[in-house]
Design a protein around this ligand. Structure first.
Ligand code: PLP
Length: 483
């Protein structure tokens, strides 16, 4: 049963006199606040803060936390986001006091262990990417994109070239054009073929000496491996451009192929999608980037280097674009990545990719008999089904299916992305799920497609918040309790 208490705000739960802390009696002479602070800093009355006991506060927040779905509580097949289960071991290792309690201003000699971890992270990512220069600084995939584009811009400046365009396939993640614009480029879209791959004719038509970078996601957001990646990188290089590989889908290919070997010049990693960084909750995150030897001098500063047996931060990098983030990046996330990579080893990482692809293909084969998958019978780590027939025949939209899944105790897949598939349901099971879970999900989806459309339009029916009116919610947000 849902706890009523969690539907109220702390302010409404407030009881005068309730307190969570009892301070010892004051043992120095008391003086009025007005004597200690300037008059304008002292209010007429105390701020109207809620007064609650400690159990009231704990229950409030624990109850609120249980309103949510998470990978630890529910299956979470959110395509593109890769919500895989993260081993708790890595959380514990990252909280070891020798790592978690370090201060970034400590002298280098006293943080040799952390610097070694970061140095090894750089080496691991360089190996997985097939690209030798690595910066661990960016705080998310999107910031990695921006950082890499700034590196590309610095490279062209250094060569005395002016290039203004970033090309992106129309299946690209929204962060790609946003990063391009933030880095001062003009984003130009390249079309896809009916098969769902980059259209090479359209690419050829848009390539010229103004193109700085092509950003490409491989496997792409339809869950398809861009087989012509070799042709794509060759064509871009022929006009003097660089190829950026959006590495958000590395969880499908690590250990199997490497972006550098495919001709990519720059890329980012999403440790929260590939290597057991915590996912969701707004961070802190990490989005390390890897680049070719030619581009490495432009990477953010500092980089961890090894002199003999000592590790140190190299700040003496005259061509660097400078810092993109305080200190060394979000080391807590990087430590989890380090543990994940070491635990799996090279063969284990390849196995992760293979299992992610196997799980997605199994689920694809179970789902496509009742929800068509327009782009292919085979996929990499995710696939995109469409509810457009269901909508035409029964008036049931992708959103209805997604919301109803919540009633069945499963998180919805990503919907309405990528934009090139109508009524898209983008499903990514990840390698950490069992066959039983995948079967249960396919069964739940199938049942939903058979249900009364009226029931589906109002779903979910069992969650703390039912279906909001999204238009009204955006235009007239109600920010007070009691709605
Ligand atoms: C998740 C994702 C990003 C952005 O990464 P964040 O870490 O969320 O900033 C970029 N591209 C693709 C394809 C993604 O799936």
């Amino acid at each position: 049963m849902r706890n009523q208490q969690a539907t109220q705000l702390l302010f409404e739960l407030s009881r005068p006199g309730a307190a969570a802390a009892r301070l010892p009696a004051c043992d120095v002479p008391e003086r009025p606040l007005g004597e200690l602070l300037p008059a304008e800093a002292v209010g007429d009355s105390p701020p109207p803060l809620p007064e609650l006991s400690e159990p009231d506060v704990v229950r409030h927040y624990v109850n609120l936390s249980q309103w949510n779905m998470s990978v630890d509580t529910h299956f979470y097949p959110l395509g593109s986001c890769t919500m895989k289960y993260n081993p708790k071991r890595n959380e514990r290792l990252a909280s070891l006091p020798g790592l978690a309690d370090l201060h970034p201003y400590q002298p280098e000699a006293s943080i040799q262990g952390m610097l070694e971890v970061l140095y090894d992270c750089q080496a691991f990512l360089a190996e997985i990417a097939g690209l030798p220069g690595v910066s661990l600084q960016p705080a998310a995939g999107a910031q990695g994109e921006l950082t890499a584009l700034l590196v590309a811009a610095a490279y062209y400046r250094d060569r005395g070239e002016r290039r203004s365009v970033v090309l992106l396939p129309d299946s690209a993640h929204g962060t790609n054009p946003a990063s391009a614009a933030m880095a001062g480029f003009r984003a130009v879209s390249v079309g896809s073929t009916a098969e769902g791959l980059v259209n090479l004719d359209d690419l050829a038509a848009k390539l010229n000496d103004q193109v700085a970078v092509l950003m490409i996601t491989n496997p792409n957001t339809l869950g398809l491996f861009e087989r012509q990646i070799g042709d794509v990188t060759r064509m871009v290089h022929e006009v003097g451009g660089l190829v950026y590989l959006d590495g958000a889908n590395m969880n499908a290919i690590m250990g199997l192929t490497r972006p550098g070997d495919c001709g990519a010049d720059l890329m980012h990693f999403n440790p929260h999608k590939t290597f057991s960084g915590p996912h969701g909750g707004g961070g802190p995150g990490a989005g390390p980037i890897a680049v070719t030897k030619t581009l490495a001098p432009f990477l953010p500063s500092p980089i961890v280097v090894k002199d003999g047996e000592r590790f140190r931060l190299d700040e003496d990098r005259p061509k660097s674009i400078g810092r993109v983030r305080g200190f060394f990046g979000n080391t807590g996330v990087l430590v989890r990545m380090f543990c994940y990579i070491l635990t799996h080893g090279p063969d284990g990482l390849r196995r992760v990719s293979e299992d992610a692809v196997l799980n997605a293909n199994y689920l694809l084969s179970r789902v496509k008999p009742f929800l068509p998958v327009p782009h292919g019978d085979r996929c990499m780590h995710e696939f995109v089904a469409t509810a457009s027939e269901l909508k035409a025949q029964r008036g049931v939209a992708a959103m209805d299916v997604a919301k109803r899944l919540l009633d069945r105790g499963m998180h919805a897949p990503t919907v309405y992305f990528p934009l090139i598939v109508r009524e898209a349901l983008m499903i990514e099971p990840t390698e950490t799920e069992s066959k039983a879970t995948l079967d249960a999900f396919a069964e739940a989806l199938f049942r939903i497609t058979e249900e009364d459309p009226d029931l589906l339009h109002d779903a979910p029916h069992t969650t703390p918040v039912s279906r909001p009116n999204e238009v009204q919610a955006a235009r007239q947000p109600v920010l007070r309790a009691g709605c």
